[in-house]
Design a protein around this ligand. Structure first.
Ligand SMILES: [Zn+2]
Length: 270
C-alpha cells in the first residue's frame, strides 16, 4: 500500500541486523495492528513500516534494516524514515544493530548500549528533516532510554551487558581493512554503520534516542580473525533475545520521565 496515511505513534523501533532473524515484533509478543505501510515522503517512498502495540500497550512504528534497501542511498533512507517518524509524532526511538568490537575486552554476543559516537560516514546526505535547529551532541543518547535498555538486557542477554561505550560509525556496506581498524581503534569500543545519522536526526525531530548493539564479530585485527559461521549463528539465534529486550525496555519506561535531551536542541544561529 503506497501513500498510506502516517498514523500517530509515540515510540519507534528502528530495526537492524540484530532482529532480522525473527519476525519483529510479533515473535516477541508485540501486537501487530498493520504491516506493509509504505509512506510517501519528500525523499521518496519509504520502506514498509509496521504499526504495533508492545505487550504493555505502547503504540510503536517499526521499520526493518534502518530503512536501507537496494537502489536507495542510506542517507535518503534515513530521511524517509525520519520524515515518517516526525509526522507520526514519535518522541522515543530505540534502534538496534549488529556491530564489530574495536575494544579487545569485548567478545561476540556481548551487548553494548552506546553513549557516544564518532561519525566517519562520508555519503549520508545529511539533510535534516526539521530545519532551524542547532543540534548539541554533548549527550547524544537519552540516559533514560539507555538505562531501560541496559536493565532489560541484564535479565535476557546471553553475553555481558555494557551500559556505555563509543560507537565508530562507518559508511559501509563493506567491512574495514586491518589498517583502517588500527586507525579507528583509539576512537571507540564498537564499530557499526547505523548510529549516524539516526542519532542526530532523532534530536532534530525532538525525539529521545538509544541503541542496543549486539557484538557479532571482532573488527579486523582485533583478538582473532572472526568466523562467518559464528556471525550467521549469532544473527539467527540471538534475534529473539534482542526483540524481547527492546519491547521489555520500552514497556519499563515511565511515560512521564524527564531527561536532558530537549535541552540539547536550540534554535540555530545561522
Ligand atoms: Zn531523552
Amino acid at each position: 500500500m503506497s501513500g498510506a496515511a502516517i498514523p500517530d505513534a509515540a515510540w519507534a523501533v528502528i530495526g537492524g541486523s540484530g532482529t532480522r532473524g525473527c519476525s519483529f515484533p510479533a515473535d516477541a509478543g508485540g501486537k501487530v495492528i498493520e504491516g506493509g505501510l509504505v509512506f510517501k515522503t519528500p525523499a521518496g517512498d519509504s520502506s514498509p513500516f509496521t504499526l504495533f502495540d508492545t505487550p504493555g500497550g505502547k503504540r510503536c512504528l517499526t521499520v526493518p534494516l534502518h530503512g536501507w534497501r537496494q537502489g536507495v542511498s542510506r542517507g535518503e533512507a534515513s530521511r524517509q524514515v525520519f520524515h515518517v517518524l516526525a509526522q507520526a509524532g514519535v518522541r522515543r526511538i530505540v534502534s538496534e544493530a549488529g556491530v564489530g568490537s574495536l575494544n579487545p575486552l569485548l567478545d561476540p554476543r556481548d551487548l553494548v548500549i552506546p553513549d557516544d559516537f564518532v561519525d566517519l560516514t562520508t555519503h549520508r546526505d545529511p539533510e535534516p528533516v526539521a530545519s532551524g535547529n542547532l543540534l548539541i551532541m554533548r549527550k547524544p543518547v537519552c540516559a533514560v532510554l539507555a538505562a531501560s535498555l541496559t536493565g532489560a538486557a541484564a535479565g535476557e542477554a546471553r553475553g555481558r551487558v555494557f551500559g556505555r561505550g563509543t560507537c565508530v560509525v562507518t559508511e559501509g556496506p563493506r567491512f574495514e581493512s586491518r589498517a583502517e581498524i588500527r586507525m579507528m581503534q583509539p576512537y571507540g569500543d564498537v564499530i557499526g554503520q547505523s548510529m549516524c545519522p539516526e542519532v542526530w536526526m532523532a534530536r532534530d525531530i525532538g525525539a529521545c534516542y538509544a541503541a542496543l548493539y549486539l557484538v557479532v564479530n571482532y573488527a579486523e585485527g582485533v583478538v582473532e580473525d572472526w568466523d562467518h559461521d559464528l556471525l550467521s549463528e549469532i544473527f539467527a539465534e540471538d534475534a529473539l533475545t534482542q526483540a524481547r529486550i527492546i519491547l521489555k525496555a520500552i514497556d519499563a519506561v515511565d511515560d512521564g520521565y524527564g531527561c536532558a535531551c530537549s535541552d540539547m536542541r536550540k534554535p540555530t544561529l545561522l
